[in-house]
Design a binder for this molecule. Sequence first.
Ligand code: ZN
Length: 329
Amino acid sequence: MRSAGIHHITAIAGDPQRNLDFYTEALGLRLVKRTVNFDDPGSYHFYFGDNIGSPGTIMTFFPWPGARRGTRGSGQVTTVSFAVPRNSMAFWKERLRATHVIAEEIEGRFGCNALRFLDPDGLQLELTVIPSNVEGSRRETFKVTSTGSLDFARDDGSPSARAIRGFAAPTLEVRNPEKTEKLLTEILGFEFVAEENNRRRFRGSGSNASAEIDLVSSEAGFGQIAAGTVHHIAFRAADDDEQLKVREQLVARGLNVTPVIDRQYFHSIYFREPNGILFEIATDGPGFLIDEPADALGETLKLPPIYQSKRDEIERVLPTIHLRHSAAS
Ligand code: ZN
């Protein structure tokens, strides 16, 4: 396998409305799917991304109202990083300040500056300038209005000067990096790119910033997965065929891998890598346009076929939410 890189990252949140507001309004991502957790249909599953939720731009959440907070530690993706254009740092500093988010500037990691801050549930995020040798997401359909708010460009597709272009290398903290490194390079097809202090960077075959991940050697105790922490990270498989082949290889290594699970928008397998991080391999297709048109993504609750007959019951249990910046408005 030569994985193109990150497909999506899924984290746990508390209040759904607060989560929705932060990622759509403060960070300017689009809600591309409003659905339920397929393993727990009484709670939401939100997908945020670029205009159509291209693989490599998808940040997803299980919002559990009242969930206790988790802790960062080893065996986790401890930081989720997003790629922003080179000239956009001043804009983002001001934007975070205006939305009352305290951000800390990190200097020169692999030669690129970053802003680090927490989301409302305590999840650690970074905005990193896109290195000049990688491309941003090709579907750049956000635009920044004259008032400084991020709005979705509907049809003109005019590229934004400053919007998030997808993931940049997230930080995976582990006690024994060699074991995770072997899995990444020998099975998932990542290549070692660079090293800095206790951080080693790997790149998949994709040409954009979401092809990269950072493995950090950590002596920290194991983190606890709850609100404000990453639940799992998914890597891209080109199609079902590639996914089945990589599954065979993982099983041959003695890893406990789930069967292929239909997630409606992609097909998935899951396993714990040797340091305890939950890994998923997800297919690029069929994608988020399978059950609603591009201009209506995220506006109504979508349910997979197995839950269609329970729609009334499910809608009664889910907290009411409002998408303030609708793509259609
Ligand atoms: Zn997932």
